[in-house]
Design a protein around this ligand. Structure first.
Ligand SMILES: Nc1ncnc2c1ncn2[C@@H]1O[C@H](COP(=O)(O)OP(=O)(O)OP(=O)(O)O)[C@@H](O)[C@H]1O
Ligand SMILES: [Mg+2]
Length: 330
């Protein structure tokens, strides 16, 4: 079976601005694939091309084995789309929105009711189906959009910023829905985000894109571990003695001392820390504090793009969580 998505030198320019730049990418069936990048990185443009809404300037791509230029009808039948900007009609009920979409997508009349029932159950909106969308919360509207995107049983679901503007609890619920879709419906899900935690916790693989190019692509854990593991930072009045001790015991081949702080770089702090504590105790060196620094997706992002996305997330909780990664353990 061919990969569910394959792009080859896909490029889109707007005048002199290259939004997607010579991008080659393979996405396997059944993945939750995240596209992470700052505002204007080219995420929506990439999705629009894969959804056949926008034509590439050059390059090619296939979706579910179909060419986005020559077989766009087949591509459209294979995909569901949830846009970045809400596109449901607030003056209609949830049910009416779904019925209209079923009609647009030529869902066989005999199947419409059953399918609407099943997608409403999937996003847990059965009780609210008869209500006007104007009375839904933001999270409910998002879920209705997902239900709508699933009506024609797509093989691939594209979600452009699925949790933007949602509170932390609704965001967690949305993640649960997405995981369930992947598992129960055996669907490939491709989502864009600029939330680090979303990329980290929800996605099987993440592509970081900047200026229309992929700057890194792998599983979140591999991206984080690729930064060289954890740093253990110990504060003491006798930094030199501690430094000499660690050199002698060889806890790590990367130990530094600076202003009474000793930094030990290790693959995994969880494994080394007990050994360090034993050595320090045996040598009777007094430790004033210990910090652990685990690399997170924000560190990965800064490493590959030289930018800090945290300020862009200042309105959300995720930025704060990233800041808290420097945990005090003692
Ligand atoms: N229709 C358009 N006409 C002109 N320029 C466009 C158009 N659509 C996108 N662009 C430009 O292409 C670049 C990529 O935009 P895109 O919307 O793909 O970014 P994005 O990664 O989705 O950003 P965001 O996180 O803000 O949604 C930007 O420089 C943008 O200004
Ligand atoms: Mg966008």
């Amino acid at each position: 079976m061919p990969p569910i998505i394959q792009t080859c030198n896909l490029t889109r320019r707007f005048g002199s601005n290259t939004a997607v730049d010579n991008l080659s990418l393979t996405i396997e069936r059944g993945e939750v694939f995240g596209i992470l990048g700052p505002n204007g990185a080219g995420k929506s443009t990439l999705l629009s091309m894969l959804c056949t809404i926008l034509k590439p300037t050059s390059g090619t791509a296939t979706v579910n084995g179909f060419d986005i230029l020559r077989q766009h009808h087949e591509v459209r039948k294979s995909i569901g789309i949830v846009f970045q900007d809400p596109s449901v009609d607030a003056d209609m009920t949830g049910l009416e929105n779904l019925q209209m979409h079923a009609d647009l997508y030529n869902v066989p009349v005999s199947e419409v009711d059953t399918r609407i029932k099943s997608v409403l159950a999937l996003v847990q909106l059965e009780d609210r189906a008869g209500d006007f969308l104007s009375t839904y919360s933001g999270g409910m509207r998002r879920r209705l959009e997902i239900a709508r995107g699933l009506l024609h049983y797509p093989k691939v679901l594209f979600l452009d910023e699925p949790t933007i503007g949602l509170d932390p609890q609704s965001r967690e619920h949305m993640w649960d829905h997405i995981r369930m879709l992947k598992k129960r419906e055996d669907m490939t899900i491709i989502l864009t985000t600029h939330y680090m935690e979303e990329a980290d916790r929800l996605c099987d693989r993440v592509a970081i894109i900047d200026h229309g190019k992929i700057v890194a692509l792998d599983q979140p854990s591999v991206l984080k571990n690729g930064l060289g593991g954890d740093t253990i930072i110990l504060g003491t009045k006798d930094g030199q003695a501690l430094y000499d001790l660690f050199l002698k015991t060889k806890v790590s081949d990367n130990v530094q001392v600076h202003n009474g702080e000793v930094r030990v770089m290790v693959a995994s702090a969880n494994i080394i820390l007990p050994r360090i504590m034993e050595q320090v105790s045996a040598a009777r060196i007094h430790i004033e504090y210990i910090y652990l620094n685990h690399p997170d997706m924000n560190d990965v992002f800064i490493h590959y793009t030289g930018k800090d996305l945290r300020h862009e997330q200042a309105h959300g909780h995720i930025g704060k969580m990233a800041m808290m990664r420097r945990r005090r353990v003692r």
